[in-house]
Design a protein around this ligand. Structure first.
Ligand code: TSJ
Length: 672
């Protein structure tokens, strides 16, 4: 074909600027007119998203060439003048003259709607879908575009421009001349440079980070493909080059996503296969977090709203792991029975890549795969892939960490369900014995009300005496059940005081939690500065993090700071909140002062407690941020984990229980 091309092109080339337009050409141009008339129909928006879509469109063509095995490198450049260049080392767009249209194939690509890549269906068996509206759309929406094709030992060029016609109407993508030879070439490939039309787009300034992130993602999805991104100087202070090439493909993608998390086994699992003509690739890895994240793609196009391929993945995973749990020695049959699909996905990061011929996108934003046949195809590939993977003894430990994780997720889910039930029945609970522990306040103005969660019955008693009952409620937590190490959050939830807390806050729990109906504006945790106190604080924060997140993000959770020392000389009293401040305080007091060290809240009398810890005018509160709570959750999972060594080290490292400033360090928040 190549020889043939050269000949045909040779005949046509060498006669530049002699082009005359017949009726068919004008029809073609009218196609591009339609694009300029309604750009949104083709690229979604004329905002930044649509602007960047132009780059994705061009890059897609090179990616297709790579997917077909003819291209190993793509260079993308953000140029000084604001234009973008995309260049690959593929075969070069065919330059043969189209037998009917009488112009080069390359020109057809840039001037005819929907021609992009479609003229050779065999080579493009997996391209298409929403994307691939193609180069002609980019051309129509560009101020100018330059094409360079390197093939058959030659370089060919063609330029296009948006031009005003005789009637003052702007036409996009008008060829300045037919594709022409422009010297010899020893390389092959395609290079396209274009300048978006500022009469179409809100702004024509590209965001380098957006492009960089997109190219990185493309590189992950196309194992081994090298993508270089060059930001030319003046776009940024100095030229920058980023190279993305991932020989692990989506396995590297999963590793990258999990980089900042703790994975519970070393390597992501990789599964690939084909079913019903659909190619499926999956990589997955569990972390010790609780959220599930799935990134799915069809023909390299992201499907943020999921669809049939994701459903297929989930059922394949559930079936395989349920079967394996059933057979597993470490799980008793009874335990295996409580596992549900979602439990297997807690903390799971997954990338799903599906390639298929005719893609149907669904939903408002066309971000969801609709093809029904993708579901069973992905399910069977995932099921058999996992069964095969776990048939090897070497993977036993991975399986047991997965099943352990799923089991604890199931227990939490069960406990959470029970807790929700309790929250729902809160009206009947309010009259029951449970609420007896709570000393509620009399004021009905929630915005002013506070609840102190206090460690220990004795401290709780002191607080009840010390408080201003108009706006301060006290909920004592019995220290003992919470002190038990290795208590899981699900067991903690079954604790009576927690149930009381849920109903006292009156805003539900979990998905049903409604921060707008909380009965207390400030939730203040009061615990001692010792190991038990640290533990209780962490459990409470973990509880809020998991079941009442908006309580934290809306700034309702605080840590109360009781003093560590009382320095007194005659009637002068100073309270000291950290060891670091003690020398200063004693110096201030001078000779003959009396020093009292508080080991816990219970050692203060009610007046001292009020002055130092509860009186809004004098106390110190630390507002808890979501990062603190996430950190607490990590501490708790370490604390409660099975690995005693890790636990000991972690506690030694993170908790110096005798100093208030280490608490502040742990809490990390702003003093209020
Ligand atoms: F579409 C485009 F013009 F915007 C564009 C296409 C832009 C860029 C940067 C690259 C490409 C492109 C197209 N790279 N590689 C190809 N390959 C082909 O078009 C091609 C080459 C050879 C054959 C063949 O059958 O010999 C078939 C095709 C489709």
């Amino acid at each position: 074909m190549a020889e043939n091309n050269a000949k045909l092109v040779g005949e046509k080339l060498g006669k530049p600027n002699t082009k005359s337009y017949d009726a068919k050409d004008i029809q073609i141009l009218e196609g591009l007119d339609a694009v300029r008339l309604r750009p949104g129909m083709y690229i979604g928006t004329t905002g930044p998203k649509g602007l960047h879509h132009l780059v994705w469109e061009i890059v897609d063509n090179s990616v297709d060439e790579a997917a077909n095995g003819f291209c190993s490198r793509i260079n993308v450049s953000l140029n000084k003048d604001g234009s973008v260049t995309v260049e690959d080392n593929g075969r070069g767009i065919p330059v043969a003259i189209h037998p009917v249209k009488k112009v080069s194939a390359a020109e057809v690509v840039f001037t005819e709607l929907h021609a992009g890549g479609k003229f050779n269906n065999e080579n493009y068996s997996y391209s298409g879908g929403l994307h691939g509206v193609g180069a002609s759309v980019v051309n129509a929406l560009s101020r100018w575009l330059k094409l360079e094709v390197f093939r058959d030992g030659k370089k060919y060029i063609q330029e296009f421009e948006s031009k005003e016609d005789a009637n003052g109407k702007v036409r996009g993508g008008v060829p300045l001349y037919s594709l022409k030879e422009d010297g010899a070439s020893i390389i092959t490939g395609t290079k396209v440079t274009f300048m978006p039309d500022d009469r179409i787009f809100e702004s024509i300034t590209f965001n380098p980070d957006t492009i960089k992130e997109h190219l990185k993602e493309v590189a992950f999805l196309n194992r081994g493909l090298e993508i270089n991104f060059i930001i030319q100087a003046e776009v940024e202070e100095e030229s920058k080059l980023y190279t993305f090439k991932f020989d692990g493909g989506i396995v590297d993608f999963v590793k990258n996503i999990n980089e900042t998390k703790n994975s519970i086994y070393a390597e992501p699992i990789y599964i690939s296969g084909e079913s019903d003509g659909i190619k499926v690739e999956v990589s997955m890895q569990h972390t010790d977090s609780y959220t599930e994240s799935i990134f799915s793609y069809v023909n390299n196009i992201q499907t943020p709203d999921g669809g049939t391929h994701e459903i297929g993945f989930k059922s394949g995973l559930t079936k395989a792991l349920s079967d394996l749990a059933e057979k597993s020695n470490s799980l008793k049959g009874k335990d295996a029975g409580i596992l549900a699909g979602e439990d297997f996905r807690e903390g799971l990061t997954t990338v799903i890549l599906v390639k298929m011929k005719t893609v149907e996108f669904e939903g408002q934003t066309k971000a969801k795969l609709g093809n029904p046949q993708a579901r069973p195809a992905v399910e069977s590939v995932v099921y058999s892939g996992l069964m095969e993977f776990f048939s090897d003894k070497k993977t036993n430990s991975i399986l047991s960490s997965m099943l352990d994780k799923a089991l604890s997720a199931a227990k939490v889910r069960e406990a959470s369900r029970k807790a929700k039930e309790i929250a729902r029945q809160k009206n009947s609970i309010e009259n029951s014995t449970l609420i007896g522990k709570l000393a509620s306040c009399t004021g009905k103005n929630y915005a002013n009300n506070e609840i102190f969660i206090v460690e220990g019955d004795s401290a709780g008693g002191s607080c009840k005496q010390a408080r201003d009952r108009h706006f301060q409620a006290i909920l004592p937590l019995r220290g003992k059940p919470l002190n038990v190490e290795k208590k899981r959050i699900d067991q903690v939830l079954m604790n009576e005081e927690f149930r009381t807390l849920i109903s006292a806050l009156g805003a539900g729990i979990g998905e049903d939690f409604d921060v707008n109906s909380i009965k207390y504006n400030k939730v203040i945790i009061l615990a001692d500065a010792d190991q038990d106190g640290f533990h209780i604080r962490s459990i409470l924060l973990t509880f809020f993090f998991r079941y009442m997140k908006p309580l934290i993000t809306n700034g309702h959770v605080f840590i109360g700071l009781p003093p560590l020392y009382r320095v007194a000389k005659r009637d002068k009293v100073e309270y000291v909140y950290s060891d670091a401040e003690l020398p200063e305080a004693t110096k201030r007091a001078g000779k003959g002062y009396k020093l009292q060290r508080y080991k816990g809240l219970g050692e203060m009398d009610k007046d001292q407690l009020w002055e130092t810890t509860m009186d809004p005018a004098q106390r110190t509160l630390v507002q808890v941020t979501i990062d603190d709570a996430a950190e607490a959750e990590k501490i708790i999972s370490t604390w409660m984990g099975d690995n005693v060594e890790v636990r000991k080290n972690y506690i030694a490292e993170h908790a110096n229980f005798s100093r208030a400033d280490s608490l502040s360090e742990f809490i990390n928040g702003k003093k209020k």
